[in-house]
Design a protein around this ligand. Structure first.
Ligand code: NAD
Ligand code: 0WE
Length: 262
């Protein structure tokens, strides 16, 4: 018996086996959860079905979070299989590529700002709004954020603002849904090489820098994130809501260490 046995959880954000959402899904399955998945569009359909299969799930649904109708349709379809369920993992972020490099002030645009906030922050509450009536007592919602929400990190640019908005969203959603016995939390993950990190300028160099600064002397793995994600969505975390949990090996608390002084 795992600590998620009997829980039904919807996973968003699986693009491939390197996705953080897939690491979370694996950890949740190890703890006994029944899973369902969304895929962004047909480009991801086959791969998500395959990965779902590996985790004993036949439930995959298309959903593009930029469209209200697509979100409504998702929960209409899910309801036929799961009239009620216990949780949602939101692992979705997007900024137009040109927004993620160079001088923030020069590169940010009104349109880039709007798209980034829409997909990376609004979509979390949009999904919660659409499935609220299907969520059981003791449900949990979880999203993924990054240190760029609080610190100015080169090239992360408008994504940082969207993550700050997403973290505030976690607190406001937690406050609004608490009385319904639904908890809402975020995990602030250290950098991992995923599809969303591919093609980011100097990503390798950044990972090397993290390895030097991070107290645990290594970068984070999908399992490092999956296990605490499973915990936060389980009844073991019944007293935790509105929280951002750092799963970054301690990077964000460190300043200078022995290696940087050599
Ligand atoms: P990923 O590319 O595997 O996942 C991003 C997912 O977002 C994809 O599955 C994509 O299909 C989905 N998505 C984008 N636009 C969508 C839309 N309109 N509708 C539906 N789905 C959409 O990359 P990842 O690194 O696993 O990212 C997952 C989350 O983790 C993101 O919120 C990201 O900001 C966060 N995060 C990543 C890192 C990192 O270093 N990789 C660190 C901290 C936080
Ligand atoms: O949240 C993220 C990445 C999110 C992301 C990535 C892309 C790449 C492809 C959002 N939109 C897009 N749009 C694309 O067209 N991370 C936490 C990973 C990440 O991205 C960075 C980082 C880190 C870490 C960008 C610059 C600097 C650091």
């Amino acid at each position: 018996m795992g600590f998620l046995t009997g829980k039904h959880i919807l996973i968003t954000g699986v693009a491939n086996k390197f996705s953080i959402a897939y690491g979370i899904a694996q950890a949740m399955r190890r703890q006994g959860a029944e899973l369902a998945f969304i895929y962004q569009n047909n480009q991801f359909k086959g791969r998500v079905e395959e990965l779902a299969n590996k985790l004993d799930s036949k439930l995959t649904f298309p959903c593009d979070v930029t469209k209200d109708a697509s979100i409504t349709e998702l929960f209409k379809k899910l309801k036929e299989k799961w009239p009620v369920f216990d949780g949602l993992v939101h692992s979705i972020a997007f900024a137009p590529r040109d927004q993620l490099c160079g001088d923030y002030v020069n590169t940010v645009t009104r349109e880039g700002f709007a798209i980034t906030h829409d997909i990376s922050s609004y979509s979390f509450v949009a999904m919660a709004k659409a499935c609220r009536h299907m969520l059981k007592k003791k449900s949990a919602l979880l999203t993924l954020t990054y240190l760029g929400a609080e610190r100015a990190i080169p090239n992360y640019n408008v994504m940082g603002l969207a993550k700050a908005s997403l973290e505030a969203n976690v607190r406001y959603m937690a406050n609004a849904m608490g009385p319904q016995d639904i908890r809402v939390n975020g995990i602030s993950a250290g950098p991992i090489r995923t599809l969303a990190a591919s093609g980011i300028k100097n990503f390798r160099k950044m990972l090397n820098y993290y390895e030097v600064i991070t107290p645990i002397c290594r970068t984070i793995t999908l399992e490092d994130i999956g296990n605490p994600a499973a915990f936060l969505c389980s009844d073991l975390a019944a007293g935790i809501t509105g929280e951002i949990l750092y799963v970054d090996g301690g990077f964000s608390i460190a300043a200078i260490n022995e290696l940087t002084l050599e």
